[in-house]
Design a protein around this ligand. Structure first.
Ligand code: CTP
Length: 425
């Protein structure tokens, strides 16, 4: 078992199968190119492959024994005979590549034969598979080979790097020459890339954290919001390929550092409103996770307010309701608000959905211990016109991923001209 890479390995290998064709020598260059791109490579040699390039060559190139056998050989004096757990090996791989893949190998893989280590690993892996065939032109064109190729090409998660036409080692001219290692390496990178996200290339505006409304030069009104939910949303959106404009008040949590996230620090509700309104038109979606102060002192004192034995009367003015303002200005954007409630948030979320012209309201019960304000976890209910989904308690990072998935699944709003709002962009 010593040779098997464990599934929890920190740098899962690309398994490179090398079968018995003269182009096997090009697999050495492919190993190098994959290593230069930061990949760990483990080589599986078939019996034919080992006749063209020795296991020792690949062991020297990869720093790990080349794998040659499905079962240990009792009398084997071979340094590289391996008694590996082929299932663990197959599951540890981030990709299985066969280059060169002979006509015989394609036939075995197409029909599910499992009579050696490579063909067995092919059946047992759930990783992407990349096949780079190489053979004589007549073998390539033979209907049997073409039928096998078509059967393989239809399988999900399997890519074929077609051979090139040119002068072949057998002396003939035609297609069948192994694709260049750089082309195979590029196909492997493509296969490893995560599937395109609904957020790739989209611009999302996110508000986060509390605001501070000054009373005098040393005092302010604020709330317990840490900014963590909005920051988790920004991180998740950036990871899924979005450009994020993150407008955030003075938070206790550290804002995310990511080149895809533009940080826009603000202090007051009016500063947050001005930034949000100015940026909204160019966005595809806005998620307002900030706990914006609803009121601000009408006249912040210019000097520190002195203590007195008399009651202090303050006049508080309502701040701009940013969600309602963006709801009025919405044209093509998806608009998402939060409803922080003490008690059942469903009814309040549904009422806010209509009142603010939003597409989704994330309701959370901030009175529940361990979730919501200033906590690492959250538990929310997602309310849209057509749906209501409760997301049980989980980390804010996990909830952020679920919220983004729910927004991506919303029907896109039909573009309408914006109603004029109270604020100027
Ligand atoms: N919000 C906002 N601007 C404000 C106040 C709130 O954009 N001045 C946004 C929040 O970011 C959140 C949503 O409005 O997305 C709801 O915030 P919440 O405080 O729960 O509700 P309010 O609209 O203030 O309603 P109420 O106080 O009546 O519950």
């Amino acid at each position: 078992m010593a040779d098997a890479a464990s599934p929890s390995d920190r740098n899962p290998p690309i398994l490179l199968g090398v079968t018995g064709g003269v182009a096997a020598y090009k697999a050495c260059e492919l190993v190098r190119q994959l290593q230069q791109r930061g990949h760990r490579v483990r080589v599986i040699l078939t019996r034919g492959g080992a006749r063209f390039v020795s296991p020792l060559t690949f062991a020297a190139l990869t720093g790990e024994p080349a794998l040659t056998r499905l079962f240990a050989s009792a009398q084997s004096g071979e340094a590289f005979a391996s008694s590996i757990d082929h299932i663990a090996l197959a599951q540890s791989a981030k990709a299985l590549v066969v280059a060169p893949a002979t006509a015989h190998c394609l036939a075995k893989l197409a029909h599910g034969l499992a009579d050696d280590l490579l063909s067995t690993v092919y059946l047992a892996t759930s990783a992407p598979v990349i096949l780079a065939p190489s053979m004589n032109v007549n073998m390539w064109r033979h209907p049997a080979t073409q039928a096998n190729l078509q059967a393989l090409a239809r399988r999900p998660g399997l890519a074929i790097v077609a051979p090139e036409a040119g002068y072949l080692a057998c002396g003939m001219v035609g297609e069948g020459r192994l694709a260049e290692p750089a082309e195979i390496a590029a196909a492997i990178e493509t296969a490893l890339r995560p599937p395109a996200s609904a957020w790739a290339g989209r611009t999302i505006l996110i508000t986060a954290g509390p605001t501070r409304e000054p009373l005098d030069p040393v005092r302010y009104f604020s709330n317990r919001s840490s900014g963590r939910m909005g920051f988790a949303l920004a991180r998740a959106a950036a990871q899924q390929g979005a450009r994020v404009q993150l407008i955030f008040g003075p938070t206790t949590a550290e804002p995310p550092a990511d080149p895809a996230i533009e940080l826009v620090p603000v202090t007051t509700a009016e500063e947050m409103a001005a930034q949000a309104v100015a940026r909204f038109a160019a966005c595809d979606a806005a998620i307002l996770a900030a706990a914006v102060a609803d009121y601000r002192p009408a006249q912040p004192a210019t000097g520190k307010i002195k203590k007195s034995s008399q009651p202090l009367h303050l006049e508080l003015l309502p701040t701009t309701d940013i969600l309602a303002e963006l709801g009025r200005r919405k044209t093509h954007q998806l608009l998402v608000g939060f409803a922080a409630e003490t008690g059942n948030p469903r009814a309040a979320a549904r009422a806010k959905l209509a009142a603010k012209n939003a597409d989704l309201i994330v309701g959370n019960d901030v009175a529940q211990p361990g979730v919501g304000f200033d906590s690492a976890d959250n538990a929310v209910v997602l309310v849209s016109a057509a749906d209501e989904t409760a997301l049980p308690r989980a980390s804010k990072d996990h909830i952020a991923g679920q919220i983004l998935a729910a927004i991506a699944a919303l029907p896109r709003p039909v573009p309408v001209p914006a109603k004029s709002g109270g604020l100027r962009a």
